[in-house]
Design a protein around this ligand. Structure first.
Ligand SMILES: [Fe+2]
Length: 386
């Protein structure tokens, strides 16, 4: 009986080789001055050559911008916005890459609608006009950024990550082409896959969860628990890649309509201050935060057990929680995620816990309150155990 709003990208095309049809789509949308934003590595690896060939064959003129750093800072994004003068030079933008590229592309798309630094737009609903049409083509299965109204940037000075959140950042068109993920190395596949799982589970148990976000969150968890191990073991498994691409997109839809919580709140300081990748940060915190959260929403963990194919029919709520948390821990372990070499001191634990308290946008949504003391305990368990 909860009131809620449901938002989703205007159109999504899903399937192998779908990205090769982009030229026709751009022509149909009558976008004449296109900027294509891509990960530098992607161009080097040649996995998007087919997209460029398609554009050339159809005589679509485009400019490429490939100077996106992984997990960029506010200053770097401000600089790019300044250099490119998007609103004046382009009438459409395409983002091809992982989460960082997609997030920067979103900010570039709305750059004509904002004034001054993007720092002024950190927060929710602060952009009041749409930008130019944006098309997103994800090349990893994890962030789900192609479906969300969020753009995450790093504040290097303060050492934490911040989000610009606006419905105007939801893409107009998403093309999900699992072919682009076939050559992802196992480490990236594993870490981004657990990031997607984290989105789904957090969106399902958090305060903003609703009937429709639950549909996507549960389906995402079902797909990931059945396909992530397979795809890490054999990256060329097309069916498993397809299912992971879908699961990641579902996770993004769940974020848009519900939201993440404690895992992401505690993961951001690891990325912001210690440059740990987003997927890895989430992966090492996931089971610990879930063990803590389960007491607040035990009935939801029974449902999670079901979608993860844990035989929970004869289990008590308490047993179902334990089995679910164990299964999550096993999944992270099975896909080979480790933080070997990360040195933890008392000071680091204090710093991380202090930084996590800045993430009130996410902590508020967590089903159980996470205080400084709780955060420190979670960090200690997660970082010392490995
Ligand atoms: Fe995430």
């Amino acid at each position: 009986m909860k009131d809620f709003i449901f938002q989703i990208p205007r159109k999504t095309e899903i399937g192998f080789s779908k990205s090769r049809g982009i030229a026709k789509i751009i022509k149909k949308m009558e976008l004449k001055k296109i900027l294509i934003v891509i990960d530098y590595n992607l161009k080097k690896m040649g996995i998007i050559d087919n997209i460029f060939n398609d554009l050339k064959e159809e005589n679509v003129s485009f400019t490429i911008f490939d100077n996106i750093k992984n997990e960029p800072t506010i200053t770097e994004v401000d600089q790019v916005i300044n250099d490119l003068n998007i609103a004046y030079n382009y009438n459409g933008i395409v983002g091809i890459g992982g989460g960082s590229t997609i997030d920067v592309t979103k900010l570039l798309a709305v750059s004509g609608s904002i004034e001054g630094s993007i720092k002024n737009y950190i927060g929710t609903n602060l952009i009041d006009k749409p930008g130019i049409p944006m098309i997103m083509i994800p090349t990893t299965s994890g962030t789900g950024a192609e479906a969300t109204p969020n753009a995450i940037v790093k504040d290097k000075k303060e050492g934490w990550k911040k989000g610009v959140v606006s419905p105007y950042l939801i893409p107009d068109l998403v093309i999900i082409d699992p072919e682009l993920t076939l050559s992802l190395p196992p480490k990236v596949t594993a870490e981004t896959g657990i990031d997607a799982f984290t989105h789904a589970i957090e969106c399902f148990i958090c305060k903003r969860a609703n009937a429709m976000s639950d549909l996507f969150a549960l389906s995402s968890m079902r797909l990931i628990s059945r396909n992530l191990r397979r795809v890490v073991k054999d990256g060329s498994n097309k069916e498993a890649r397809y299912n992971m691409a879908l699961a990641s997109f579902y996770g993004g839809i769940a974020i848009t309509n519900s939201g993440t919580g404690g895992v992401h709140a505690l993961a951001y300081p690891l990325g912001g201050k210690y440059d740990m990748s987003h997927g890895l940060s989430n992966s090492i915190l996931l089971a610990e935060v879930m063990e803590f959260n389960a007491k607040a929403v035990p009935e939801k963990f029974v449902k999670i057990a079901e979608v993860m194919a844990i035989e929970a029919t004869d289990l008590s709520e308490e047993q179902a929680i334990k089995s679910t948390v164990d299964e999550i821990r096993k999944l992270v372990d099975n896909v080979g995620i480790t933080i070997e070499g990360f040195q933890v001191s008392k000071q680091i634990l204090n710093d991380l816990s202090k930084l996590a308290m800045h993430e009130q946008r996410l902590l508020w949504n967590n089903p159980r309150p996470i205080t400084y003391k709780v955060a420190r305990e979670i960090y200690k368990n997660a970082l010392l155990k490995k």
